[in-house]
Design a protein around this ligand. Structure first.
Ligand code: COD
Length: 299
């Protein structure tokens, strides 16, 4: 059971293999800062693709020691992204990271039918939180990619996350499917999907995890709250993964945890040929570095 994101470093180091990470559009000071931290920690071997002069200027201004790091000069943004994605699809790199480029440009390249990173699976966002008031790390999905997932999408989102949690060493993650209430209400689709996911899990249609839902947020994360409501559940109060009903609920929860609860977070995109570090400008350097570590576990 992991309590802090710092422990991720240990899992990565135990693998004893430095992952090759390619940064698409490398003239980005925050991404370079996060890469510097992960590089110094000895967990990645970076390749930088972007404007070489601009990238070198940022590296030298920050005083990073990137001797031995390959920088491929490509100042056209679309071409830099294409080269980075192709490095991953050609198995020359194991992690893709977004630099100074908009998310849609990167995702479009990732989904390119000829040379992208499609696997036939749904791509989904996976965020892992360290929250001081919870007894272990807790994952949340999907807060940033799939807007209004239907039942079939939710099954794939769960499977992506379970595969990853298994790689972290959590053999049978406990998954709470959230709703506004813990009862099935036919007018609330989230509760109907939650009940179906739970039953599919009981019948072994979704494996390697324990799913319960619908659960309201309080009983998903608090054993006392579940007990007070008379809910008997293996998941309630000990959740490893919260499955969100849609992007709005997920994104608001993510930002509430970061801004009000001062939670630490790491996040990646799962379901492509390799993990993708797709943090946003507002994410801290620490969060970006933690996201690289997370990707190194999955890559
Ligand atoms: N997984 C795999 N393939 C996908 C996915 C996915 N999640 N989404 C789209 N595709 C494929 C489709 O199969 C299709 O072949 C192609 O991509 C285009 O599909 P569209 O037209 O449905 O997709 P888009 O381009 O309209 O939308 C994809 C986005 C990821 C851009 C869209 O879902 C989106 O805007 N998501 C929210 C992103 C966001 O604003 N996040 C907030 C961050 S804080």
């Amino acid at each position: 059971m992991f309590k802090t994101l710092e422990e991720l470093q240990k899992i990565v180091k135990d693998k004893k293999h430095k992952k090759k990470l390619v940064l698409a559009v490398s003239q980005d000071s925050q991404s370079l800062g996060a890469i510097n931290d992960a590089y110094k920690a000895g967990v990645i071997e970076p390749v930088l693709i972007g404007s070489k002069s601009e990238t070198e200027r940022l590296i030298s201004e920050a005083g990073y020691d990137f001797s031995g790091v390959t920088i491929i000069d490509e100042s056209n943004i679309e071409k830099a992204v294409e080269k980075a994605v192709k490095m991953v699809s050609n198995h020359e790199a194991e992690i893709l990271m977004k630099g100074k480029v908009g998310t849609p440009v990167l995702l479009k390249a990732v989904l390119n039918r000829k040379w992208g990173l499609r696997t036939g699976r749904l791509l989904s966002h996976f965020a892992l939180f360290e929250i001081s008031t919870y007894h272990k790390l807790i994952a949340i999905t999907d807060v940033a990619m799939n807007i209004a997932p239907n039942l079939s999408d939710k099954i794939q989102i769960v499977n992506n996350s379970v595969g990853f949690l298994n790689k972290m060493g959590i053999a049978k993650p406990k998954i709470a499917v959230l709703g506004a209430i813990e009862m099935v209400n036919e007018n609330m689709q989230a509760t109907m999907d939650a009940a179906l996911l739970s039953k599919m899990n009981q019948r072994d249609q979704i494996r390697n995890c324990v799913i319960d839902g619908p659960l309201a947020f309080d009983n998903a994360v608090s054993f006392e709250s579940a007990k007070a409501k008379g809910i008997k559940s293996e998941v309630a109060g000990d959740t490893d993964l919260l499955l969100m009903p849609d992007i709005e609920v997920g994104n608001v929860l993510y930002k509430t945890l970061v801004f009000f609860a001062k939670a630490k977070v790491a996040s990646i995109i799962l379901g492509a040929q390799a993990p993708i570090v797709l943090t946003s400008r507002s994410d801290s350097e620490e969060s970006k570095c933690n996201s690289i570590l997370l990707a190194a576990i999955g890559g």
